[in-house]
Design a protein around this ligand. Structure first.
Ligand SMILES: *Cc1c(COP(=O)(O)O)cnc(C)c1O
Length: 382
């Protein structure tokens, strides 16, 4: 086998479709929903995840995450729900870590009971806490690292080992890290899921998802996926291929900015706390260093009591308030008012989400401009 390709080479080239007719530089886009019928095995149809552009992009996804195969979905939640359902049936049990993405925890708490699927949330993201929730009927263990919004880190090796010892399927939502910063399959995790709406799309204009795993597991997920019908339109598949070409460059710039901004905020007299796994005083710094290539573009922080977080957000000019994350533009939100706004104050307190906690998705703007924006807004709201 040839040497595994580096990230930017995979991003630019793997899976690309050759334009045999015109020799164009990029993959041609095939929008057909109807293809000549050859035989039952090879009937092509977008909902079967087998159009030329879908198959091409799936190859890139698999290469990015060091997996054998992949499927491209119409949203991150389609990837999450279909992957979970493919391995769970009535009477089974699944263990989740705490502080999951809001949509995933809604899926579990609002829908699973209807299907007779039992679940437990571990008390935190530690492997021993996940272990404590395993029951005789547990089939899946599901983690998310770095977590939202406090950027806690789950030990992927320990989780993969737990899964092995207990014959469970291990799944990770790797959205926050992106394949640039973390490749869970290398640590023994079975199934890797992304909301491609975030770092993969990267420009805040694509809704998509993906799952990467072994041939065997992807085949199993595919059988559920074609029934659930969550595939992605070829036009968006094609756009996502284009976005991925620069993912390595974008995420590297975001990593570097986030590190510098975390250091800036950490040494600022009006900042009470900074949560960024790249900082030496982050509780999981060593764990992050052992499993991440870089610490990512997401960070959170709390301003001191003398500063009103909402006023601070209003005073920012470059950094925009936003619900989503991971675009090339820097965005910020108050989890207590948005993503975690439906939780009771006690539940937020338990999860460590203070009312003035700000979640910052760092973009690719010049570091100096971002620092200036933060500095000015702190002064103005003080
Ligand atoms: C956004 C997000 C999702 C859901 O993805 P959609 O594309 O919005 O369906 C899942 N997990 C994480 C960590 C996310 O940030």
């Amino acid at each position: 086998m040839s040497r595994p390709k580096g990230i930017n080479t995979i991003c630019t080239h793997v899976g690309e479709l050759e334009d045999r007719e015109f020799k164009g530089a990029v993959s041609p886009l095939y929008m057909s929903t109807s293809y000549a019928f050859e035989d039952v095995e090879t009937k092509r149809y977008p909902r079967y995840f087998n159009t030329p552009n879908q198959v091409a992009l799936a190859k890139k996804m698999a290469a990015l995450e060091h997996g054998e195969a992949s499927l491209i979905f119409g949203s991150g939640m389609a990837a999450v729900s279909t992957s979970l359902m493919a391995f769970l049936r009535s009477g089974d049990h699944v263990v989740f870590q705490d502080s999951l993405y809001g949509g995933t925890s809604n899926l579990v708490t609002e829908e699973f009971e209807k299907f007779g699927i039992e679940y437990s949330f571990a008390k935190d993201a530690k492997a021993e806490s996940l272990k404590a929730e395993i029951k005789p009927n547990t089939k899946v263990i599901y983690i998310e690292t770095p977590s939202n919004p406090l950027l806690r880190i789950t030990d992927m090796r320990a989780v993969a080992q737990l899964a092995n010892e207990n014959a469970l399927v291990s799944m990770i939502d790797n959205t926050f890290a992106s394949p640039v910063n973390q490749n869970p399959i290398d640590f023994g995790i079975d199934v890797v899921i992304h909301s491609a709406t975030k770092y993969m799309g990267g420009h805040s204009d694509i809704l998509a998802g993906t799952v990467i795993s072994s041939e065997e597991y992807i085949n199993r997920i595919f059988h559920m996926a074609k029934n659930f019908g969550g595939s992605l339109s070829d036009y968006t598949v094609w756009l996502l291929e284009r976005s991925l070409k620069t993912m390595g460059l974008r995420v590297k710039a975001q990593n570097e900015n986030a590190m510098k901004l975390a250091e800036f905020l950490n040494s600022h007299p009006d900042v009470a706390n900074v949560y960024y796994p790249g900082l030496k005083d982050h509780p999981d710094h060593e764990l992050a260093t052992g499993q991440m290539k870089a610490y990512g573009g997401m960070l959170s922080f709390e301003l001191k009591e003398n500063i009103n977080a909402s006023e601070f957000m209003k005073a920012l000019k470059l950094i925009k308030p936003s619900m989503s994350l991971a675009g090339v533009e820097s965005t910020i939100l108050l989890p207590s008012k948005t993503s975690h706004g439906l939780l009771s104050p006690e539940e937020r307190e338990k999860q460590g989400i203070k009312d003035n906690l700000l979640r910052f998705s760092v973009g690719i703007e010049e570091t100096e401009d971002l620092i200036e924006d933060l500095e000015r807004a702190i002064k103005k709201s003080n």
